[in-house]
Design a protein around this ligand. Structure first.
Ligand SMILES: Nc1ncnc2c1ncn2[C@@H]1O[C@H](COP(=O)(O)OP(=O)(O)OP(=O)(O)O)[C@@H](O)[C@H]1O
Ligand SMILES: [Mg+2]
Length: 282
């Protein structure tokens, strides 16, 4: 069997608070993303989704356990992993084209052959075309819509041909219609690319529509609650969201998130404060 691009074993992460106490955020995470698999990660707010992605990106160190990419333990960020954040991280003083070339400009070294450089430029052009951005290649980020900016961010993350694409709520700030367009673009892009994707979202419908598997994290500390295999092939259209089985699966995953979230206590508190809901027992 070939080595999976991403393997997490017993991964834990905690932060030391101001009073010096250790606050565990993630505990005992075992997870594998197979080659060319699209894995979505959902869970209640604060359960550690962003922390998990930052660990895989190598932006933070694990407190315990190991993360391997292509069988090798990671040591910081690397070109084998591309990351897209919720907010645009494009450089405002660079054009779309310059933003795309920036990672390469950083990595310039004496070993880079003109053939490699030519391949890189050709790939940049192809990605811009695929993302419908060729027209705006000389525009600056503030001249683009939010959806376009996120498309540039995704193209930039993919341009170095990473084995793994990490996305943390990349469409969180977009309106519903633009999100739909982005979903179909991602499906198209993912079919064309050889990458493995880990995608964090609050939106369960988005998770099911895009992913091969949806992993629900439970909070306090963050751990795997349940794993849901998505039974549909990758040639999906928006109609799928109306399919009974799709709606049922969405209900099942939402129920898991609600069951693990701390919102019950809040609801009881609200009911007590407003005097609505259940009659007091005393
Ligand atoms: N650098 C840090 N120092 C201290 N605590 C942190 C740090 N980063 C994250 N945390 C804590 O870890 C927990 C998980 O945060 P994280 O951002 O990973 O959650 P999340 O699941 O992405 O939430 P959301 O859905 O709201 O984006 C939170 O309680 C947060 O306060
Ligand atoms: Mg987050």
């Amino acid at each position: 069997m070939s080595t999976p691009p991403v393997r997490l074993e017993g991964v834990g992460k905690g932060f030391v608070g101001r009073d010096g106490t250790f606050l565990p955020v993630l505990k005992g995470i075992d997870m594998v993303a197979s080659s060319h698999e699209f894995v979505a990660i959902v869970g209640a707010s604060g359960c550690g989704k962003s922390t998990l992605l930052r660990l895989i990106a190598g932006l933070d160190d694990v407190s315990e356990g190991t993360i391997r990419v292509d069988g090798r333990p990671i040591a910081g960020p690397g070109p084998d992993r591309g990351m897209v954040f919720q907010q645009s991280t494009l450089f405002p003083w660079l054009t779309v084209w310059q933003n795309l070339r920036f990672p390469r400009a950083l990595a310039v070294n004496a070993d880079a052959t003109s053939r490699e450089m030519w391949q890189y430029l050709a790939r940049s052009h192809a990605l811009l075309d695929m993302m419908g951005l060729a027209r705006v290649r000389d525009s600056y980020p503030n001249q683009l819509s939010g959806g376009m900016q996120q498309r540039v961010s995704i193209a930039r993350a993919l341009v170095a041909n990473p084995a793994v694409l990490l996305m943390d709520e990349p469409f969180g700030a977009l309106d519903a219609q633009t999100r739909e367009v982005m979903h179909d673009l991602i499906l198209h892009l993912f079919a064309a690319e050889k990458t493995t994707a880990l995608f964090v979202t609050h939106d369960v419908e988005e998770a099911i529509y895009l992913a091969d598997r949806v992993i629900v994290l439970a909070p306090n500390p963050g751990r795997v609650d349940s794993v849901h295999a998505i039974p549909w092939g990758r040639d999906r259209t928006q109609d799928l969201k109306l399919d009974q089985a799709f709606v049922a699966l969405k209900g099942e995953i939402l129920a898991r998130i609600r069951a693990t979230a701390a919102v019950h206590a809040d609801r009881e508190l609200m009911e007590r404060m407003t005097g609505h809901g259940r009659a007091p027992s005393e």
